[in-house]
Design a protein around this ligand. Structure first.
Ligand SMILES: NC(=O)c1ccc[n+]([C@@H]2O[C@H](COP(=O)([O-])OP(=O)(O)OC[C@H]3O[C@@H](n4cnc5c(N)ncnc54)[C@H](OP(=O)(O)O)[C@@H]3O)[C@@H](O)[C@H]2O)c1
Length: 492
């Protein structure tokens, strides 16, 4: 009678990383404590179906096994024993992996059937179940934890973790206009512990990059002639390599990141792994760079801070801008009454296409009377304009309205005395996106909401204006000219 042995476990590593080890039919001597030596016979590749591996076990037994199937899509392989000094007869085994859906973990299922000589059933069953499978689970866990899969057979690093990579970056040595943004060559050091080094393919341009360049937030981007500062808060690209104690990312993974320390205007960069999310296949690099920071901003503004719902009277400034279009789109889906300000008729057309029901065209920040006329005052104002719109915002708000001041494209907002709010019981918020993605889990969850919203049509992709990385200064000039609609992306 055939015996069956089935064991399974969860490995705390993404499926690609576990599979990269297990699909190599000749890898066991590197991680399985029962295996002494392993070689593939006849110089065949270790992923060639039909190849035979020859094991010597630590206890002196020898086993020859043949690879029967290998499926990289299903993450599954089968093999059988063709000859062994152990009395395992008609032994056929299957290894299969599945991703665990709530994180970067892997479900590993290992099963076999075989016959044994009478009287040896129990002994051989336990030997396979515990000595091979359960020990293998623990051994592979340890192997991955120690980064053993990142070492080549002769002990050298398999990936270029030790070398700096050349990078082209855009830096400023003093605060000022767009002309201060100058390309320079540099080196991206190898990723340190907890870091991921990324070959960037698209970099998101945000208005905060302009504030940093102008010197409005010096602690965030300190610069001097001897110590240039590199703006940029987000980018997308491919993982080059990872530092120690990083799980969840492998070289070649398509990723995007968002973080509170500038430095994204470059071609290669190492960033903390908590800033990074893997990209779904449907989201292209430039779409990710255009959407990650701005989409997450729209999400927290509408759902967390503004609590926008059906019937909310929402005033959105710069409604045709990067954040503005996403906010209009998403808010309309929530059933809000969306009123937007823009500075040109062309922008008004685009804002309408993205769900802005009432568009006010104004270049000089006059909108309060029209808002009052349209809806009797705004429940929520999403304001990236800053000082020039200050009095009009107060006048445009409805009783118990909420002024969300998220930016200051027109100039820094002067201090607001609490008494300015009391006349209509107003509330005032000054949020920053980075506080809404302060853990990897929050970032992953919010990014997923943005990708889902894009996939199900809740938001549509805003127009993207692309500039080469070298032309970052032109991108800034254009953003500041108030001529852009949608998002700007730099391409290294
Ligand atoms: N706090 C956060 O978490 C957070 C996150 C992301 C963005 N933001 C803020 O949200 C706002 C929008 O950001 P964005 O990156 O999507 O930029 P954007 O809206 O694409 O561009 C800025 C827009 O602001 C308007 N504007 C009005 N006066 C301006 C002036 N004097 N100079 C330049 N622009 C002026 C322009 O639209 P019109 O010409 O149509 O008026 C311009 O297109 C910015 O204030 C930004 O700082 C904040």
């Amino acid at each position: 009678m055939l015996q069956k042995v089935v064991r399974s476990t969860i490995i705390d590593a993404p499926i690609e990383r576990v599979w990269a080890v297990l699909r190599d039919f000749n890898s066991h001597d590197q991680w399985h404590s029962a295996v002494d030596t392993s070689r593939i016979e006849g110089n065949e590749r270790s992923d060639q179906v039909g190849c035979v591996r020859s094991f010597t076990l630590k206890d002196g037994n020898r086993i020859r096994e043949q690879l029967l199937t290998l499926d990289d899509t299903e993450h599954k392989s089968t093999y059988c024993i063709v000859e062994a000094t152990l009395p395992l007869q008609r032994y056929v085994a299957t290894v299969s992996l599945k991703p665990v859906t709530d994180g970067n973990r892997t479900f590993w299922h290992w099963a076999s059937s075989f016959a044994t000589p009478p009287g040896m059933e129990r002994e051989l069953h336990d030997r396979v179940a515990q000595g091979v499978y359960e020990a293998g689970f623990e051994d592979l866990r340890r192997h991955l934890l120690q980064g053993g899969d990142r070492q080549s057979r002769n002990g050298a690093a398999a990936m270029p973790t030790a070398l700096p990579a050349p990078t082209r970056r855009i830096a400023i040595t003093r605060y000022g206009g767009p002309e201060e943004l100058r390309p320079q060559d540099g080196e991206a050091p190898p990723p340190r512990e907890g870091e991921v080094r990324i070959q960037q393919r698209a970099i998101g341009v945000n208005f905060i990059d302009v504030y940093l360049r102008r010197g409005w937030i010096p602690p965030m981007l300190p610069v001097s002639a001897g110590s240039p500062g590199v703006p940029g808060m987000e980018a997308a690209g491919g993982v080059l390599d990872v530092g120690p104690h990083v799980s969840g990312f492998l070289p070649g993974d398509r990723v995007a990141y968002l973080g509170h320390t500038p430095g994204a205007y470059c071609s290669v960069r190492s960033v903390p792994a908590e800033w990074v999310v893997r990209l779904p296949a449907a989201v292209e690099d430039d779409a990710a760079a255009a959407l990650l920071l701005k989409g997450i901003t729209a999400d927290y503004l509408l759902h967390d801070l503004g609590r926008v719902q059906h019937g909310t009277r929402l005033l959105v400034h710069a409604a045709a801008g990067g954040v503005g279009l996403l906010v209009c789109n998403w808010a309309r889906r929530l059933g809000a009454v969306v009123i937007g300000t823009v500075s040109s008729e062309q922008k008004a057309r685009v804002a309408r296409e993205y769900g802005c029901e009432h568009v006010i065209v104004t270049r000089d920040y006059r909108f309060a009377d029209t808002v009052q006329r349209i809806c009797g005052g705004a429940d929520v104002v999403i304001d990236g304009l800053g000082d020039a719109a200050r009095e009009e915002n107060l006048a445009a708000l409805a009783r118990r309205g909420h002024w969300i001041s998220l930016g200051q494209a027109s100039g820094p907002l002067k201090a607001l005395p609490p008494d300015a709010l009391v006349a209509k019981s107003l509330s005032f918020s000054r949020p920053v996106v980075f506080d809404y993605v302060s853990t990897q889990a929050q970032l992953a969850e919010r990014a997923q909401r943005v990708w889902d919203a894009l996939a199900d049509g809740t938001i549509k992709m805003p127009p993207i204006e692309r500039f080469s990385l070298e032309a970052a200064a032109q991108a800034h000039t254009r953003l500041e000219s108030r001529a852009t609609t949608g998002a700007l992306v730099l391409v290294p």
